[in-house]
Design a binder for this molecule. Structure first.
Ligand code: AMP
Ligand code: MN
Ligand code: MN
Ligand code: MN
Length: 278
């Protein structure tokens, strides 16, 4: 089966690699179709396209994004694939999401100041450099400040939902995110549906809401998913008549699997990439 990877991150969000380095990695792993899906930004797409040009016979790239979405007080992720990054409405929403991120970063920094970290905002900006600031940058700050030993602990103790430095954020709604992805010519994928730790009922409710709003695919294979999880997602696709997507959710150096190294889709799935491969 052809190797594809429709979910990964560059240093324009919380990944560690440049788009150029991602292309090199993708080629080394024989990925034939790669989508860059940074959190709430398309800033790396131009560089990704540029880098892919010299390898046009080996790899095709798709412009993508991973939108943060607010659904019933939960933070849900929607991947938009094959979007026109210059589309007006999309650019407007991306700007709005970036403002929400910055506002949230100030609030998280404020909470961390109360917990004894001085100049938290300036420090996190120095960590994020030119990237749009995300919680993994705050996790790094907590590590630097010796509050925790690793990122997972930073989320568990400080940054995760219900923890002292968690900040509820007014992201786009599910319907807005799906509509804008499609207005920009793309397809909407519900990212890693099992990451939200929903009950069976709530998960079905989410997938139903996603489908009702025009959503097109579920990420059946994500990162290091298990066979049981992939089969469960495949079933959900059949039940709700949705395409299947697949991505490593690669974030660079610290990720457990490389680009394109996630498992194959269950056979019965309808791959979403059939739209982009001739
Ligand atoms: P944000 O979009 O800024 O809220 O950050 C979410 C990102 O944090 C996710 O895309 C992951 O890359 C990372 N993340 C979420 N939960 C954890 C965790 N428990 N441990 C390590 N990284 C996490
Ligand atoms: Mn991330
Ligand atoms: Mn995600
Ligand atoms: Mn991701």
């Amino acid at each position: 089966m052809m190797i594809v990877d429709l979910h990964c991150h560059s240093h324009y969000s919380d990944g560690t690699l440049s788009p150029h380095a991602l292309i090199e990695q993708a080629i080394a792993h024989k990925v034939k179709l790669l989508a860059l899906t940074d959190h709430d930004t398309c800033a790396g797409i131009q560089a990704l396209k540029q880098a892919s040009l010299t390898h046009a016979s080996l790899i095709k790239v798709l412009p993508g994004i991973e939108f943060s979405v607010r659904w019933k007080k939960l933070d849900i992720h929607l991947v938009g694939l094959n979007i026109d990054v210059a589309h007006d409405k999309l650019s407007f929403y991306v700007m709005q999401q970036q403002e929400a991120r910055l506002k949230r970063a100030h609030k998280i920094a404020e909470s961390l100041e109360h917990l004894g970290i001085s100049n938290a905002f300036a420090k996190v900006v120095a960590i994020a450099q030119n990237a749009s600031i995300g919680r993994p940058h705050f996790a790094q700050l907590l590590i630097n400040e010796k509050k925790v030993n690793h990122a997972k602990a930073a989320f568990k103790q400080y940054l995760g939902r219900g923890r002292p430095a968690y900040v509820a954020t007014e992201w786009l709604s599910l319907a807005e995110a799906i509509a804008v992805i499609q207005a920009a010519g793309g397809m909407a994928v519900l990212a890693h549906p099992l990451k939200y730790k929903l009950t069976h009922t709530k998960l079905h409710e989410l997938v139903m809401a996603f489908k009702a709003a025009g959503g097109q695919a579920l990420e059946v294979v994500s990162g290091t998913s298990t066979l049981k999880e992939r089969n469960e997602m495949s079933k959900l696709c059949q039940t709700y008549d949705l395409f299947a997507s697949s991505g490593s959710d690669y974030h660079g150096n610290f990720s457990r699997i490389g680009l394109g190294q996630q498992s194959a889709l269950p056979e019965e799935c309808q791959p979403i990439w059939q739209h982009w491969i001739i």
